[in-house]
Design a protein around this ligand. Structure first.
Ligand SMILES: [Zn+2]
Length: 241
């Protein structure tokens, strides 16, 4: 196994107070907790890596990285990434990577059965573009938030390729990063990403460390301050498999 730098990758979903609309309240990290977590990272000397440089490092190429690099990722592309997370991240000089469900623009989290009136809607195309203009990396999270471990080869190929095309159309630029819905992947899912032209794929806790199953640590609403620090430490260790 090739060696690559210890770079923690964190996963968030909603930056919001949980409400009755949330199918899983643990997907909500409150804005104040999120801000405290970013302050802790800043105090510990962490800085977000430029995604292109991060990718080079993962591929074993020379890369320009901060002394203590890490990545923040948002799955599903809830509006709160734009309205709540962006202003907090800008204060720390941090950027992020956001993975969008390509059929989800302006909708709710339909795959979780969330109410159409949920205040936690998904981003609209102009908001997605605005995040890109802020320097965020935009990746795909599939077309319909399907579990990639349960799809056959044609469905995998369609989800991988169509979501990429739809997001590229919305953004007017290349999309080459991917995060598996539910963090679920198989060898066939990894092959489908490679064949669709992606450069990197992210799982969650069970990622095997290869370029199409990079592990990430989920930061949930349950994570207290101590637990957050612990998960950050674990994330750094897990990435040198
Ligand atoms: Zn998701």
């Amino acid at each position: 196994m090739s060696r690559y730098p210890k770079i923690p990758v964190l996963v968030y979903h909603k930056i919001a107070e949980p409400s009755d609309y949330d199918a899983n309240p643990n997907t909500c990290v409150t804005p104040s907790n999120f801000e405290n977590q970013m302050k802790l990272l800043t105090l510990l000397g962490y800085r977000t890596a430029d995604p292109a440089e991060y990718l080079k490092a993962r591929l074993g190429l020379p890369a320009r990285l901060p002394e203590k690099p890490f990545l923040i990722t948002f799955d599903d592309a809830f509006e709160s990434a734009f309205t709540r997370a962006l202003p907090i991240l800008k204060k720390s000089g941090f950027s992020a990577v956001l993975f969008m469900v390509s059929s989800g623009f302006g909708r709710n989290a339909f795959w979780d059965g969330e109410d159409a009136n949920s205040p936690n809607r998904l981003l609209k195309p102009d908001e997605l573009k605005a995040l890109k203009d802020e320097g965020w990396c935009i990746g795909s999270h599939g077309v319909r938030h399907k579990n990639f471990a349960q799809l056959d080869a044609p469905a995998l190929a369609e989800e991988a390729a169509k979501s990429r095309t739809e997001l590229e159309l919305a953004l007017g630029s290349e999309v080459s990063w991917f995060a598996y819905p539910y963090g679920a992947y198989t060898p066939a899912a990894k092959r489908a990403l490679a064949e669709a032209g992606y450069k990197i794929g992210f799982a969650t806790e069970d990622g095997d460390g290869e370029i199409f199953a990079v592990p990430r640590r989920i930061i949930s609403g349950k994570s207290g301050f101590f637990n957050f620090a612990l998960r950050l430490r674990q994330a750094g260790k897990k990435s040198i498999l």
